[in-house]
Design a protein around this ligand. Structure first.
Ligand code: SF4
Length: 183
């Protein structure tokens, strides 16, 4: 696997301060893609052991609330196979931090309810390691600047453990938002 960018102190792709990894390779080829260079699976730098360790180090501080995976497309089978052991190690090191993943594939495609090229032997394991999945392709006509943590209104922010338990997509609820409203 290759990656394009690692962002530290990212506050745009999930709650709190996060480490964000932008992996290379994407077969969606959406109209008006904001990141066309990342369609190429060999774009950027190789995702080496040193880079994995660097991400663990960058995420160690208490103020870092978690890891976000973006692309490109983290859920291309080639990328899933490398991300599963990496995320498993991240979770073992930091059980109190969250893992978010952004995918152009939908929940239904990833779970096999709809036949899709994204399903592989690693997909169920990958989903079981996530806290939140932001699903669906970016659709320019549904772009809305007021949306939090997503670009277009067709995309859903899903609570993955609850969705897996329910056998259907369950929306993520921002606890911080609710607690500030109730104050
Ligand atoms: S899923 Fe993202 S990176 Fe891939 S083509 Fe669509 S907008 Fe571009």
């Amino acid at each position: 696997m290759h990656y394009a960018t690692i962002k530290t102190c990212d506050i745009a792709n999930g709650p709190g301060v996060r480490t964000s990894l932008f992996v290379s390779g994407c077969t969606h080829h959406c109209k008006n893609c904001f990141n066309e260079v990342a369609w190429d699976f060999s774009y950027g730098e190789p995702f080496t052991k040193e880079i994995r360790n660097k991400i663990f180090e960058l995420s160690a501080a208490d103020y870092v609330t978690g890891l976000s995976l973006l692309g490109g497309e983290p859920m291309e089978p080639e990328n899933q196979r490398e991300l599963v052991p990496f995320v498993r190690n991240f979770r073992a090191l930091y059980p109190n931090k969250t893992v978010w993943c952004y995918s152009g594939y939908t929940w239904e495609q990833l779970t096999g309810a709809e036949a899709c090229r994204c399903r592989c032997e690693s997909t169920d394991a990958f989903l079981s390691l996530l806290d939140v999945l932001v699903d669906g392709e970016f659709v320019q006509d549904k772009y809305d600047i007021s949306l939090r943590f997503r670009g277009s209104s067709n995309q859903r922010i899903l609570n993955v453990p609850r969705s897996l338990a329910a056998g259907q997509p369950v929306l993520w609820q921002d606890k911080a938002l609710f607690s500030s409203h109730s104050m």
